[in-house]
Every structure is written in C-alpha cells, then in structure tokens.
Design a protein around this ligand. Structure first.
Ligand code: TYD
Length: 210
C-alpha cells in the first residue's frame, strides 16, 4: 500500500455492520493486505474504560452533552493510540463507527445539533476523516429483530423506537450532506450478499491507493 486507508462503517443498531466488517477484514487478510479492525467507542484500554461508562445501563442520568463529550473523548484516545499509528504504517483501518455515529445519535437524535457535535469532534479528531464510509441500511424493524436475536442490550439499545427512528433520520441527513464520502449498502439482503456488495465497494477504494 502506498498509504494508509481509513474506512468507517456506520448503521443503526442491528444493521449487521460488525459482522460484515469482520468478514471484510478476514477477506482482505486472505488477499494479503495489511489490515486492522477496530471499533468505537473503545479499541484501547482508556477508550474501553470510557465505553463502559457510556454503555452501562445503570447510567440513566447521563446528560446528552456529557454523552457527546465522552464519545468524543473516547474517539480521541482511540484515534491517537490505534488509528493514526496504523495509518502511518500504511495499513487499511476498518473502523466500526466513527464521527458520523456521534452526529446521528447525539447531534440529531438527542437533539444537540449537528454543528455543535461536529465542532467538539473536530477538536477531537483534528483533520482525520475516513476516505470512505459505508452505511449499512436496514429498516427499523429488521434492526430491532436482529438486536433481539443478539440478546444483551446496552444503554443505547434500550432507547425508544422513536429514538432509533431519529437516528436513522440523522444518518439520512448525513448521507445527503456527504454524498461523496458515504456509500449506502442495502443491508436488508442476506449476510453473504451484504458482504459481497460491501467488499466490492471496499475494493474500489483500495484500488485507488495501490
Ligand atoms: P455497540 O455495542 O458497539 O453497538 P454496535 O454494535 O451497534 O456498534 O454500542 C455502541 C453504541 O453507542 C451504539 O448504540 C451506538 C452508540 N454510539 C453513539 O451514540 N455515539 C457515538 O459516537 C458512537 C461511536 C456510538
């Protein structure tokens, strides 16, 4: 690889992005690419500690801005400890959620505002933005069904249906706004098809940097 490639995966809870992301990692490794998979919030000791506060179902009193700041803090630590070093080694970084999650969940669904959440995140990420973002699109019903199969629910999974609907509206706004960066994948299809469609898009990006 001539340079590192930063790719992020986004979607509502239950969209299946983690499964797809891990399969993409496996496939890229098979093809001989240097690749890492990592996730937000977390991905390093300090960031995982922040994650446990964020996702603890007992923290029902958490203020929305506290939540946004903690996600941004976790993002900063993860970026500095994991993402930037890997990009400097010219690796492909597959990151399960990034700044768009904060824009959709905190900025839009919690109602803090996209610009406000963007500004604290700009502080957190400097100029590190993904070359491409893959949005795995599922209906709310499919997402909820998949979440129910998965079982244990975190603090955000337990939010109301109307919250998850707003998250989706938030993502739709971002898809319109960042047409060149965000690629929408139809994740209603079965796992193998979603994987193949995503892989095709990922390979398009990689071919630009080989
Ligand atoms: P996780 O268990 O990792 O869910 P998923 O597998 O769906 O990614 O939990 C992450 C939760 O945190 C998820 O509900 C989305 C939410 N989140 C935000 O609200 N803002 C953010 O900036 C990020 C990264 C995640």
């Amino acid at each position: 690889m001539k340079q590192g490639i930063f790719l992020t995966f986004e979607g509502n809870d239950g969209s299946g992005k983690t499964t797809v992301c891990l399969k993409i990692k496996e496939e890229l490794e098979k093809k001989g690419y240097p690749v890492i998979y990592t996730r937000e919030p977390g991905g390093s000791k300090i960031a995982e500690d922040i994650r446990s506060i964020l996702l603890n179902t007992e923290n029902t009193q958490m203020d929305s801005k506290t939540e946004a700041l903690l996600y941004a803090a976790s993002r900063r630590q993860h970026l500095v400890e994991k993402v930037i070093p890997a990009l400097k080694e010219n690796k492909i970084v597959l990151c399960d959620r990034f700044v768009d999650s904060s824009l959709a969940y905190q900025g839009y669904a919690r109602g803090i505002g996209l610009d406000e959440v963007w500004s604290i995140n700009q502080f957190a990420i400097d100029s590190y933005m993904p070359q491409k973002t893959f949005f795995l699109s599922v209906s709310l019903e499919t997402g909820q069904k998949r979440m129910n199969i998965r079982g244990d629910k975190n603090r955000l999974d337990l939010e109301t249906i109307s919250f998850h609907l707003k998250v989706r509206e938030g993502y739709d706004t971002l898809i319109q706004k960042y047409k060149d960066r965000i690629v929408v994948i139809d994740a209603e299809k079965d796992k193998e098809n979603v994987f193949q469609d995503t892989l095709k898009e990922v390979m398009k990006v990689i071919s630009q940097y080989e």
